[in-house]
Design a protein around this ligand. Structure first.
Ligand code: SF4
Length: 486
């Protein structure tokens, strides 16, 4: 196995102030391919490129030629981690790929994925995980190691359990994993993919026209490699792909609760889930928001990018003109440049700039996907007023976020969530908007193809579909602390 050393390093915690401008953070994207005779590394590279929005801290690819696994991973974006030369060195019949944003464990090369482990049978496995486990302490005790990164623990558990085959190890081990997990894992000859019984994160199977199979977090990754969507990996299912084709085993009874926030913000607009495109769902959210929150205004302004499709829906339903009045700097994201105090003070202006000719003298309906801490929305409203907005009416395509996510989305702690303790009028006052309206939970759910009980809605209603150890004790403590300090 070859794992290349990191080429860059920095303390990414330093960047939190800038990252907060993005609101919630995606967690990870995963991809797997079994296609002997095809350039599996390059196809994986392009798939990761399509999944880049799900994680920008690190990227990696593991390839096997049937005899040994080689891993190349590093900190940075997909196109920073791989070159033509490094891809050419990754020759094989099957591969997995991963792009990561850390939700547990530090942001470091050691935590970048795929994670490689040797097995007692003399082989190895490589694993990529999207999601978050909530029972890492218990799993770590079993391995007699310190609790830490959940994906490392999962790889170690599977490696520890391999005797007959990796497939058997997954079927034995997966029922003990509690939380959200969409996983691709390979040994030297086979590709496996499995998904938690709640199916919180997406994972889809595609077929390549030249023969072979792929699995991916989103349909955009299937499209870019020319694969045809076949079906989702089912909640509680493990699929194994090798020279004999694809076979399926169920390791736990399914209790589907797909992440509602994937619809609002996380997935790409061109992703299709349960028969509906995310773009179409977001347009519907905008239409419903317009029905729920009419206001006299001149134009509808999207906050790029996630607010764009919903703003189009809002404009269509309300009859107001859609106006592109905020320009996003596409190249600001995670950066290896240490932010100075001056950069921090620039705040949202690093990411967005208003077009004065569009905004000046107008009453704006501004459509965004969510409010986490409220600081970004506050800066946005102030910036629009600076260039002459007459009124700013903020419309949000999700309900207030009242509770943190334990299933792989890095939003904020409960104490940081502005929706956890303030009502809508107090939030409006903090942000400085003329009016503020959130989409109702019923209105949001109606925009998706999913039934209410088949969705995780915990960050909006506190009903966690997978029990989180300590959650109720934490909740009582944090609410007590908050009332003490206010
Ligand atoms: S808590 Fe929110 S973000 Fe997390 S899985 Fe549930 S709906 Fe998605």
């Amino acid at each position: 196995m070859a794992q290349h050393p990191p080429t860059d390093s920095c303390d990414l915690d330093e960047l939190d102030d800038l990252d907060e401008l993005d609101g919630p953070h995606e967690e990870c994207g995963v991809f797997g391919i079994y296609a002997p005779g095809q350039d599996v590394a390059t196809l994986t590279y392009f798939a990761l490129y399509a999944l880049q929005h799900r994680g920008q801290e690190s990227a990696g690819i593991a390839v096997s030629d049937g005899r040994r696994i080689v891993v190349h991973k590093d900190m940075g974006l997909v196109n920073q981690v791989f070159t033509e030369t490094s891809l050419a060195a990754l020759q094989g019949d099957l591969a997995i790929g991963h792009c990561r944003y850390s939700t547990t464990g530090s942001s470091s090369w050691a935590n970048a994925q795929p994670q490689y482990r040797e097995t007692p049978t003399g082989g190895g496995l490589a694993l990529g995980h999207n999601g978050n486990l909530v029972n890492t302490a218990e799993l770590a005790r079993r391995l007699e190691v310190a609790a830490g990164n959940d994906s490392l623990l999962m790889a170690s558990l599977l490696a520890w359990d391999v005797d007959l085959s990796l497939e058997e190890a997954i079927v034995r081990t997966a029922p003990d994993l509690i939380g959200a997990f969409s996983v691709v894992v390979m040994d030297e000859q086979r590709l496996h993919a499995f998904r938690d019984p709640n199916g919180v994160r997406p994972l889809q199977i595609g077929r390549l026209p030249a023969g072979g199979w792929v699995v991916a977090s989103e349909t955009a990754a299937l499209d870019i490699v020319g694969a045809v969507y076949v079906r989702d990996v089912l909640p509680g299912e493990v699929v194994t792909i090798d020279g004999n084709g694809l076979r399926s085993r169920i390791f736990a009874a399914p209790t589907p609760t797909f992440c509602l926030f994937e619809w609002v913000y996380l997935a790409r607009p061109d992703h299709r889930q349960d028969g509906r495109s995310v773009l179409y769902a977001r347009r519907e959210m905008g239409r419903q928001l317009a029905r729920e929150s009419h206001v006299e205004a001149d134009i509808v302004l999207p906050v790029p990018e996630a607010g764009r499709d919903a703003a189009a829906g809002y404009a269509a339903e309300s009859g107001l003109p859609f106006a592109d009045g905020l320009v996003k700097n596409r190249y600001v994201g995670r950066t290896f440049i240490q932010p100075t105090q001056t950069l921090r003070q620039l705040g949202i202006k690093l990411k967005l700039s208003p077009v004065r000719e569009v905004v000046e003298g107008r009453r704006l309906v501004v459509v965004d996907d969510s409010i986490v801490r409220g600081n970004t929305s506050r800066q946005l409203v102030a910036m629009l007023r600076e260039v002459g907005a007459r009124e700013v009416h903020l419309r949000i395509t999700s309900p207030p976020i009242t509770d943190p996510c334990y299933y792989g989305i890095d939003m904020a702690t409960r104490a940081e969530l502005i929706g956890a303790d303030l009502d809508v009028e107090a939030i409006r006052d903090f942000i400085g908007a003329d009016s503020l309206h959130y989409l109702s939970l019923d209105g949001l759910i109606a925009a998706t193809p999913n039934e209410r009980d088949a969705l995780c809605r915990a960050c909006f209603d506190g009903q966690y579909p997978i029990p989180v150890p300590g959650e109720h004790e934490n909740l009582a403590q944090i609410r007590f602390d908050f009332s003490e300090s206010s």
